[in-house]
Design a protein around this ligand. Structure first.
Ligand SMILES: [Zn+2]
Length: 164
């Protein structure tokens, strides 16, 4: 197995939160990688994302070949979402809300609490299965519908709404 840092220690970062996440992501320890990538996939801190974005390829290499496991959902989805978020951030592609549909675990209730979206209206999904939160991104103003879904585990379906 290839281990890119067998001769040199992993880089250290000045941002404390970024450094903790980086050490976990480079650890080759499946449970630490799982926990750190789940956090990173939903991270909004600009300073932490700035610090971690240049490490994207190193993280990807270090995680290669690590069996991340996962019972109902493969834990690899968290790592892939985390790497996608870093690349999106590095390329300055736009508002982070565009990533909501790409990761199943953006709970609109948490995002409302954290102030990343604002609740416009609460209702029921069109098909009658689950609650629907109509929200607006507090950063760019984009409107979204986030619908509660459940299939072995809870997840959320995000739909982009056209602004009128
Ligand atoms: Zn936005």
């Amino acid at each position: 197995m290839r281990w890119p840092w067998s001769t040199s220690p992993p880089p250290r970062l000045d941002d404390p939160q970024a450094d903790v996440l980086l050490q976990d992501l480079l650890s080759r320890d499946a449970s630490r990688i799982h926990a750190a990538s789940s956090r990173l996939a939903r991270l909004f801190s600009a300073t932490t994302l700035d610090a971690l974005a240049p490490q994207t390829e190193g993280i990807e290499q270090a995680c290669q070949g690590v069996q991340l496991g996962g019972a109902l959902v493969s834990n690899d989805v968290h790592l892939q979402a985390a790497l996608r978020r870093l690349r999106y951030w590095r390329e300055r592609k736009g508002c982070l809300c565009a990533l909501y549909p790409d990761y199943l675990f953006f709970d609109p209730r948490r995002l409302i609490e954290q102030g990343h979206v604002r609740l416009l209206e609460q209702g029921v999904a069109e098909d009658g299965w689950g609650d629907r939160h109509r929200v607006a991104c507090t950063c760019c103003g984009q409107h979204w519908d986030a619908t509660d879904r459940e299939y072995h585990y809870p997840w959320w379906e995000w739909t982009l709404l056209a602004l009128d």
